[in-house]
Design a protein around this ligand. Structure first.
Ligand SMILES: Nc1nc2c([nH]c(=O)n2[C@H]2C[C@H](O)[C@@H](COP(=O)(O)OP(=O)(O)OP(=O)(O)O)O2)c(=O)[nH]1
Length: 133
């Protein structure tokens, strides 16, 4: 069973969070995710994430923190997500791969149809916001 290692970005700006919807042609079609991608051999995870976000959304980010990695078993592969909390330098983005992306108030994120691996990541992120409030 393949095991892939994927960085993903929880990108904040002005109290909103960016979520992206996978295209119909991608694996896990039309599921919502935190954008990111596979870590290349020898690549620093933070650099991987900045590269992926630039490629997929033409967005520049700063990394502000990270959450614990989360491993999920899909029927045909295993993924470990490495989630980073990021700040976007600008609000505008340009879709290169995703079906759509949008800025959401954190409280609306749970209503999206997430890739299953993201559910514990989303819970952990929302818990960090609870602790801050
Ligand atoms: N980017 C991302 N991928 C996720 C998340 N949750 C989740 O299960 N995945 C899965 C979907 C994909 O099978 C895999 C990531 O692959 P990808 O296609 O986004 O990565 P990539 O851009 O490096 O792909 P590629 O260059 O090989 O086409 O991880 C998530 O929040 N973000």
């Amino acid at each position: 069973m393949p095991h892939i290692h994927v960085t993903c970005a929880i990108i904040e700006r002005n109290g909103l969070v960016l979520a992206a919807r996978r295209s119909a042609l991608m694996q896990l079609p039309l599921k919502w995710e935190f954008p990111g991608g596979k870590i290349r051999a020898g690549e620093d995870p933070g650099e991987c994430l900045k590269r992926e976000i630039r490629e997929e959304l033409a967005l520049e980010i700063d990394i502000a923190g990270e959450l614990s990695p989360a491993t999920h078993h899909y029927p045909d592969f295993i993924v470990t997500l490495y989630p980073f909390i990021c700040k976007a330098k600008t609000s505008g983005f340009k879709l290169a791969e995703h079906a759509e992306a949008a800025w959401f108030p954190p409280g609306e994120l749970t209503g999206l149809d997430w890739a299953e691996a993201d559910l514990p990541v989303l819970d952990a992120y929302l818990a960090t916001l609870e602790r801050k409030s």
